[in-house]
Design a protein around this ligand. Structure first.
Ligand SMILES: Cc1ncc(COP(=O)(O)O)c(C=O)c1O
Length: 399
């Protein structure tokens, strides 16, 4: 009898085991708290949502119209994996102008959301055991993906007193022969911090000196308030070691459309093409057409959204600083604030739960962004001034 054929009567290990790598992935805290808040809403409780990092504005009409027009004209087929040539041209033009750099469409890769581009870059570059330096706290996806490829995360502490930036000398001390990549995110999620051009220049110098890659996640590049934006790309870093990531979710209120992109050297484009080709194949055709309109069309809506975010930032920073036990820095960009809550005597997790249940305000524990986030909460102010003021009053009340 052939021994490789198992009789159904012979028992063996249950087959519902998952691959170990799944346990390396976390979940974004925002989505977990959102689910909990929705549950409370179902029970009739009114919740003010300051947890999710999603603009509360409508996608501008001209963009939606472009997608409808594309659908109506039958553009419902695959595109090249790297994206429609017209969109790549438009992105290259946009990046060349906003980053004061020369970018060709050959260096552009379009993905369904910036997150996919982060995934592909880490998949293509980081080997098991190689080190990736990132800030703590940071956008949690970075950590999950580094773990997925069995890389080693190396954390840089963000200094609250320096508006949540890190010390470049500390960065240099953390570079080893295993350092493969540094992840930058400016303006940053969750603190809203913005890196100065001096720091960016010093980082570019280190990237050249020690030959490591820099992934610069610039998804909040259009949401800056007090000083003009300086991109890592605009200080002319070594192009052969730089990946710039940006997208449409935050700038054009297009989170659900799933459209992002990366700018990278040719060798990496080839690797990412293989990854894309074997996974999502290409980014949705009519969404790409909407992306062309977003970049080429009028930009007034973007300016209006950013001006409104600035008003909200001023309102929430002032309001949080009036709450006993809270101390809040004034962030330079994105739509998040990251107040220190240590003087309330509660842990971040306990306080976030308490505010959700007692004040009806959904926010995130700073710890959802790494151990360095303990002692802080993250509020997203992608909600109206009225709602923000109401949330502040309710928090004050229960505390
Ligand atoms: C820092 C950062 N990078 C990337 C993303 C993902 O953006 P996208 O919606 O384009 O995937 C987010 C979303 O919250 C983010 O905060």
């Amino acid at each position: 009898m052939d021994k490789t054929i198992l009789s159904p009567s012979i028992s063996r290990e249950p087959n519902d085991r998952l691959a170990d790598r799944i346990s390396f992935l976390g979940l974004e805290g925002a989505f977990q708290v959102l689910a909990k808040a929705k549950q409370l809403e179902k029970q009739g409780k009114e919740i003010i949502h300051l947890e999710i990092g999603e603009p509360d504005f409508k996608t501008p009409n001209n963009i939606t119209k472009a997608a409808i027009q594309s659908l109506n004209s039958g553009e419902t087929y695959y595109t090249p994996s790297s994206g429609f040539p017209e969109l790549k041209e438009q992105i290259a033009y946009y990046i060349s102008h906003t980053r004061n750099a020369e970018v060709s469409s050959q260096e552009v890769f379009v993905t369904p959301g910036a997150k996919m581009m982060i995934f592909f870059a880490i998949m293509a570059l980081v080997e098991k055991g190689e080190e990736v330096i990132l800030s703590d706290p940071a956008y949690p996806t970075y950590h999950s993906l580094i773990q997925l490829v069995e890389g080693t995360p190396v954390f840089l502490t963000l200094d609250e007193n320096k508006n949540f930036t890190f010390d470049i000398k500390e960065l240099e001390r953390k570079i080893t022969h295993k350092t493969r990549m540094l992840i930058l995110n400016s303006p940053q999620n969750p603190t809203g911090s913005v890196l100065s051009s001096e720091d960016l220049e010093r980082i570019a110098f280190l990237s050249k000196k020690y030959d490591f890659w820099v992934l610069s996640d610039e998804i909040y590049s259009r949401i800056v308030y007090d000083t003009p934006y300086t991109s890592y790309y605009s200080i002319h870093p070594p192009k052969n070691r730089t990946i710039l990531i940006d997208g449409f979710s935050k700038t054009y209120a297009m989170t659900g459309w799933r459209l992002g992109y990366g700018i990278m050297p040719n060798a990496l484009i080839e690797a990412v093409t293989k990854l894309a080709n074997n996974t999502h194949a290409c980014t949705c055709t009519f969404v790409q057409k909407a992306g062309i309109e977003a970049l080429a069309g009028p930009q007034e809506e973007v300016e209006k959204m950013t001006a409104e975010f600035k008003k909200r930032r001023d309102c929430i920073v002032q309001g949080l600083n009036e709450i006993p036990g809270f101390h809040c820095q004034n962030p330079g960009g994105a739509f998040y604030v990251f107040p220190n809550i240590q003087k309330t005597g509660m842990t971040s997790g306990k306080l976030a739960d308490f505010l959700l249940e007692k004040a009806g305000v959904a926010c995130l524990s700073g710890k959802a962004f790494g151990a360095g986030g303990e002692g802080f909460l993250r509020f997203s102010y992608a909600n109206s001034i009225e709602k923000i003021q109401k949330a502040l009053a309710q928090i004050k009340n229960v505390l």
